[in-house]
Each structure stands twice: as C-alpha cells, then as structure tokens.
Design a protein around this ligand. Structure first.
Ligand SMILES: Nc1ncnc2c1ncn2[C@@H]1O[C@H](COP(=O)(O)OP(=O)(O)OP(=O)(O)O)[C@@H](O)[C@H]1O
Length: 589
C-alpha cells in the first residue's frame, strides 16, 4: 500500500484558494438569479459565522452577540444612504462609522466581559444582553432607524447581481482563507490554548484578557463589515438583524457546519441559508423545528460538527504537517534580583473562616522547601497566595525582592514565579512543542502568519525535557500522553518560563515509583545545580525526606515548625498532629 505524503499548510492554502477562485468566478454562470440572491446574502452571513467560529470554536467564548455587530454594520449603511443620500463620500463615511463603531463597541463589551475576575458565564450573559439592547435601540429609534419596519428603499452601489456575487463570494473567500491560515499559525495556537485551559495560560504569563479583547475587536469589526455589505446589497435592514435570534442562528450554523473549522462555519451558513430559502416558505415552522433538533443532536453526539465528519475519509489527502521544531538553549540573562520568596503576616479568610493566619516565611535560591501538613492545613491556599496577588486577605508577599501587591497570576510570572498544579494542567489539544512555545510567549511573540521552527528554552528546561524523554515526542498531542508524561510536560512548561521560584503542588500524585524517583532527581537538580528556589507541597514524607533541604509544617493555617527533616521527624508536636489526623481518619471510618 502506498502511503500518502502529508501536505504542507502552504500547499493546502493554494488548493483552497484555487477552489475559492473557481467558485467565485464561475458562480454567475452556474446559478440562476434567485440562487445568486440567496448566495450573496449567504456569503455575508457566512462572514459573520466565521467570526463566531473564531470566538467560540477556536477561543472558547460562546457569544450570542455577533448579530449586534452585523446589525451595526447593516444599519450604518442604511442610515448613511437613507438620510444623506448615496454618494462616494456618504459610502466612505458610513463604512468608516461601521468599522470604528464596531471596534469601539467590541472594546467596551470585551472590557466588561473579560476584566479581571469575570467568569466565562458572565461573558456569555453579556453577549446575550448585547443583541437584545441593540435590537431595542433600533426599535426605539423612531423615524431615524425606521422602528420595527427598519429602513428600506435607499439608493446603494450600482452593481449588477453578478458583480455583487463576485464581491460577496470573493470577500468571503478572502476572509475564510485568511482566517484558516492564521488559525494554523502560532497565534492560532494561543486561541486554542485559551479555549483548552485559560487558567494555565494565565500561569504561563499570558495576559488572557488582552488576547480576548483584541480578538473580539477584530471579530466585531469583521462582522460589521459583513453587515455593511449585506445592508448595501439587500437595501432592507430591520431590528432582527441585530437581534438575539439571529445571534443564535449564527451559533447553530457554526455548530452544524463544524466548530473550530473555518470551512465548517462557511459551509454551515451557506447550506442552511440555501435550504432555508426553499423550505422556510413551504414549511416555515417545521423547518425551524428540524434545524433546532439537528442542532441538539449535533451538540450531543457530534461536537465537531458535520463537515469534519464528512471529510474524515479524505483526511490523509488533506492533513497538513506541523513544522519540525528545533530545540535550542535560550540566551541566559543575568537576573537583577536573586531568587527569593518572603512572606510576612500573610492571612487568608473565606468569610469568617481563617484558613491562613500570620504566615511569616522566607526561602532563597538553592533551597528546596518541603511544605507538609495534614489535609486542610492550608498548603494549597498558601501556594495560591504566592502566585496571585488577589488571593490573600492581608500581609505581604515578595518574589525576588519585589512585592506582588494585587498583581494577577500572569504578572506574578513576570516577577520570576512558575506554578505547577496538583493535577497535570496541560493543553489537551496542543502538541508538546506547541505547549512549550506558549511558555515562551514573553520572549518570542506569537506569529500570526506562520509557525516558528525554533524553540529557545532555558538550560534546565532542556535538561528536564531530555531526562523525561519528551524531547523525542515534540509532535505528540498532550491528551495522548500518559499521566506521568503530562505531569512532566507541565513541569517543562513551567521551567520554560525561566522562573527563579517554582511552586510544586504534589508533583508526584498518581505517578509510578520509577516516575517518582525520576521527578525527585529533577527537582533536586533544579534547586542544587541551577539555584532555583523550589517550594514543594507533598504528602509523601519519604519523598520529601529524600530531596528537601528544609521542611515547613503547616497546621490549621499556621506554621508550627520550620527545620531539617530530622528535626521535624523527631518533633513530638508534629507526631501529635499526624497522630490526631490518623485518629480522625479512624473515627471517620
Ligand atoms: N474557596 C474556598 N471557600 C471556603 N473554604 C475553602 C476554599 N478553599 C479552601 N477552603 C478551605 O481552606 C482550608 C485549607 O484548604 P487547602 O486546600 O489549602 O488545604 P491543603 O492543606 O492544601 O489540603 P490538602 O492536603 O487536602 O490538599 C480547608 O479547610 C478548605 O476547606
């Protein structure tokens, strides 16, 4: 059997561009007037659907609000042409108003939705409110917006139906090709990472709000551009174009066509609009019902949508290859501040429950401090207070001599902190190399027009990558790795940040004995050979005894002992604490 050679993304781009060009130029000869009309509107809708796919499919932000931006663009054309007459100047001003208005609105909505501490649920609720408010605004606009009847009968560009088709299909092709190509780039990987695991992104130093707001501004502006085209072509705009129902329809088209697939969104929008144009008049209610049913079935059983399923048998002809990434040592910069952690009076309260009380503690580079204590002692809470300025209720935390104040996790990373979580916290759909590249975003800005072929890593990250064998699995997808390999990958991602302080929350949880001793060696090396300051939360006291230079015992939110392992092991107090824990365990039994 002959093997099909994987194609490069550039090869696929050329092929797709050729198909798009063929369909754009041949359309006026292939389709009748009715179908051309349907397809032109479908092309503008498909452009808006692409923006929904970028926001929802790729970056994980479920939004019902793209209709508001589409409607804004359509109304900008209609208002300009109705009230000021059609002229090249009014067209230019309306166009500029659509784009700037959409960008400003997206900035406002993005800031409201993604400011620090807002949950994804909150962002989706705002996206629900947006089209409702936009439609109400158009309804309340009286003669200016035409109220419930909208605006119609205005002069517009004097183009033939064929020319409109070439313009709309050409615009859609260009947008789809651009979006598809950019989603294959390093920038596209950042969006997937946001969708997969936003928390991990923040702890890799990525300002997630910055990316989300930027993407919303781009997508809002593009949706307005599509709306402007629709308004100028159709000569009719109504409040429904800005409304919640249209916003939901956009989601349905994307879900049915293929979420996180630009071409799925395009095909979904075009096919559903085409079928709808024939069925919606003969079967108005049944058609909507069928569409709703198909949506539920696809969401339940086919989350990737229909197009990826249909294309699966041909995938080998199509599948692009990721570039081979070359690992190279990063240039080491001399640190202005030596590695150190200092806590004074750190307190954490949940309502009236005091989980940490007056924690004073200091550690420096070269130390590997084991933080132990019974369940519920406050170990993980202490880690959180070190890595996120908003966590503690009182007290001060200094990382490498600088106060973290109320800084967000991504800013704490800039002060030299790296945090490894208890469960392997990786990006399931990214490869090992892509995951590591994300850790280097502060040093290597993401390309939106291609993939980096070189990955600079600090020497200790390279060493750990080699010791764990992950350097031989750079193209492996994280979700395909074993639990131990995922733990190792997360550690490598943290080390790729070039941190001076590393927080490790139970790094051996769920690992085999061999994996445990391997990770133990790695951690000891990080502290002793590379001078990092490592804080390790661990329940496995034998493991801690082997590698820690110092032990801190936490009990009921206070540090009750700080010394060598021998001192801690012989302490009556510590024995009583652990004995009490065992008795509680028996009592529970
Ligand atoms: N969000 C929260 N709201 C209220 N209480 C909380 C919250 N998070 C943690 N706690 C409480 O804080 C205390 C300390 O929890 P923490 O997870 O820091 O303990 P731990 O020492 O890490 O425990 P373990 O070893 O079991 O992971 C526990 O009593 C826990 O119930």
């Amino acid at each position: 059997m002959t093997k099909t050679k994987p194609k490069s993304h550039a090869h696929n781009l050329l092929l797709l561009a050729a198909i798009c060009l063929l369909l754009t130029l041949s359309g006026p000869y292939l389709f009748d007037t009715y179908l051309l009309n349907v397809l032109i509107k479908g092309c503008f809708f498909a452009m808006a659907a692409i923006t929904v796919d970028l926001l929802w499919g790729y970056s994980g932000y479920l939004t019902f609000g793209q209709s508001a931006f589409f409607g804004l663009g359509a109304y900008a054309a209609a208002l300009g042409f109705s009230h000021f007459g059609f002229s090249p100047l009014s067209a230019l001003l309306s166009f500029a108003a659509a784009l700037f208005g959409a960008a400003l609105l997206a900035l406002l909505v993005g800031w409201l939705s993604f400011y620090r501490g807002a949950s994804p649920f909150f962002a989706t609720v705002i996206s629900l409110v947006l089209p409702i408010v936009a439609a109400q605004a158009m309804l309340s606009g009286g003669t200016v917006t035409g109220s419930s009847s909208g605006l119609s009968g205005f002069d517009s560009f004097d183009l033939s139906l064929e020319a409109w088709y070439v313009l709309a299909a050409g615009g859609l092709s260009l947008l789809a090709l651009l979006a598809w190509w950019m989603m294959q780039s390093d920038g596209g990987r950042v969006l997937l990472a946001l969708r997969d695991n936003e928390e991990r992104c923040a702890y890799l130093g990525i300002n997630t709000a910055y990316f989300r707001i930027g993407l919303l501004m781009v997508c809002g502006t593009l949706a307005a551009l599509a709306g402007f085209g629709y308004g100028a072509f159709s000569g009719v705009v109504a409040p429904e174009l800005c409304g919640f129902v249209f916003g939901t329809e956009l989601i349905i088209w994307v879900a049915l066509g293929g979420r996180a697939s630009v071409w799925g969104a395009v095909i979904g929008a075009l096919v559903i609009n085409w079928v709808s144009s024939y069925l919606s008049s003969s079967l108005p209610f049944i058609w909507q019902l069928l569409l709703g049913l198909a949506f539920i079935l696809v969401i339940l059983w086919l989350p990737g949508g229909l197009l990826p399923l249909l294309l699966r048998p041909f995938q080998r002809f199509w599948q692009g290859t990721a570039p081979v990434v070359q690992l190279t040592p990063a240039v080491q910069t001399t640190e202005a501040h030596p590695a150190s952690v200092q806590l004074s009076g750190v307190t954490k309260q949940f309502g009236s429950l005091k989980v940490l009380e007056g924690i004073d503690f200091a550690a420096k580079g070269g130390e590997l401090v084991g933080l132990i204590g019974p369940n519920g002692a406050g170990k993980t809470t202490l880690m959180r207070c070190l890595a996120d300025g908003a966590e503690r209720s009182a007290g001060q935390v200094l990382l490498c001599g600088q106060s973290i104040g109320r800084r967000a996790p991504n800013d704490c990373v800039r002060l030299g902190l790296g945090r490894k979580f208890q469960n392997a916290n990786v990006f399931p759909s990214l490869s090992v190399a892509e995951s590591l590249q994300l850790s280097r975003l502060r040093h290597q800005r993401p390309r939106w027009w291609g993939r980096a072929r070189q990955l600079d890593l600090p020497d200790y990250a390279l060493a750990v990558l080699k010791q764990t064998g992950l350097d031989q699995q750079l193209t492996a997808i994280a979700s395909d790795l074993s639990h131990g390999q995922q733990q190792a990958l997360e550690l490598c991602m943290v080390l790729a940040l070039a941190p001076r302080i590393v927080l490790l929350d139970e790094p051996t949880a769920g690992l085999s004995k061999a994996e445990r001793s391997q990770i133990g060696k790695v951690l000891a090396q990080l502290a002793h050979d590379y001078g990092l300051c490592c804080l390790l939360v661990e329940h496995d006291l034998d493991f801690v005894a082997e590698i820690a230079t110092r032990i801190v015992v936490l009990h009921q939110g206070r540090i009750v002992m700080d010394g060598s392992f021998a001192e801690v092991a012989s302490s009556e107090l510590v024995k009583r604490i652990y004995a009490g824990m065992q008795q509680e365990g028996h009592a529970d039994d």
